[in-house]
Design a protein around this ligand. Structure first.
Ligand SMILES: [Mn+2]
Length: 313
């Protein structure tokens, strides 16, 4: 059976506490459980103080058969940041703009940009699958979106890992493959009606909203917007065209991370759970409480239960 673990964002100490709470022990440097395996949802880096430690802990579990993991948007970005553009001299697949640099700086500082360790970690990130399917559940970082998965399939190998020659296309803005990778790693976004915009928590102007794509009934842009409460009132109450929303076929449970949720961990629906409970949240970002690192202990059920959730602060 499996313990699915949400976004860690460089908080290795809470991760060790969560693993301990679930009965895992560190043996010869590898965290493990006698009966269970862990499944990670990506986003090991970005923001927190122990990003390298987090990556090395997870990698040791995966390499020794005690865990599985998929890629988060921050691992994708880390690979693209460090990969020279094959066509453009002195450029990288993720442009080294001040904004991209600012977003990635805490990892670059901790790993030491250009070091052997940086190179080694980025190489490992590049091998991580974009999703995994188990007997009773699936995992993907942000959104299970069948049209995007179909668009991506020529660029992935049989293990759903990005083929090495596909990185250029997947990081090339405005290609369908780029959009598809964005959707599954960062969630389904839809454009606001013209004239509407807002500023996100990092001060960037946004004309699209993240949607609560897991909802099966939807009404207006505001009903489905996945934005902080203070921004919600800026989102119009116009109806969303129904064909923009994907729905989810609940033949298996689905676990995602990514969405910086707050409050008491609970399922999003009978079949979908988000396990990102904002462990890296700072009080200054408008959060009223401390973040949590959250897991779901799956024991074979095909409907999610409240008591499957465990967490540490
Ligand atoms: Mn994420």
């Amino acid at each position: 059976m499996y313990d699915i673990i949400g976004d860690i964002h460089g908080y290795a100490t809470p991760l060790r506490n969560l693993l301990t709470l679930m009965g895992y022990h560190e043996i010869n440097g590898v965290w493990q459980h006698p009966q269970r395996k862990a499944v990670f949802l990506g986003d090991f880096v970005d923001r927190g103080p122990e990003q390298v430690e987090t990556v090395l802990l997870v990698r040791a579990m995966v390499e020794n058969g005690h865990a599985y993991t998929i890629m988060g948007n921050h691992e994708f970005n880390a690979v693209a940041w460090a990969t020279p553009h094959p066509q453009q001299p002195n450029a990288y697949l993720r442009p080294h703009t001040p904004k991209n640099q600012r977003q990635h700086q805490s990892f670059l500082d901790q790993v030491v940009e250009g070091s052997e360790l940086h190179d080694e970690i980025v190489k490992w990130f590049a091998t991580l699958p974009l999703y995994l399917e188990f007997e009773g559940f699936r995992v993907i970082h942000a959104c299970w979106h069948t049209p995007s998965l179909q668009t991506l399939s020529p660029y992935l190998n049989e293990q759903a890992c990005i083929k090495s020659q596909a990185w250029e296309v997947l990081t090339h803005k405005d290609t369908p493959a780029y959009q598809a990778a964005e959707t599954i790693l960062k969630g389904l976004e839809i454009a606001l009606p013209s004239g509407h915009e807002f500023f996100d928590k990092d001060g960037n102007v946004r004309k699209h909203i993240r949607t609560q794509w897991w909802k099966s009934e939807y009404l207006t842009y505001r009903d489905l917007a996945e934005v902080p409460p203070d921004i919600l009132e800026k989102i119009p109450h116009d109806p969303i065209p129904a064909d923009l929303m994907p729905g989810y076929n609940p033949d298996k449970l689905l676990f995602v991370g990514h969405y910086w949720r707050t409050g008491t961990p609970a399922p999003l629906s009978d079949h979908i759970a988000c396990l990102d409970y904002s462990i890296a949240a700072k009080k200054t970002s408008g959060m009223q409480e401390k973040g949590k690192l959250c897991a779901y202990r799956w024991n074979g059920e095909n409907v999610l239960t409240q008591d499957g959730f465990v967490w540490v602060s």
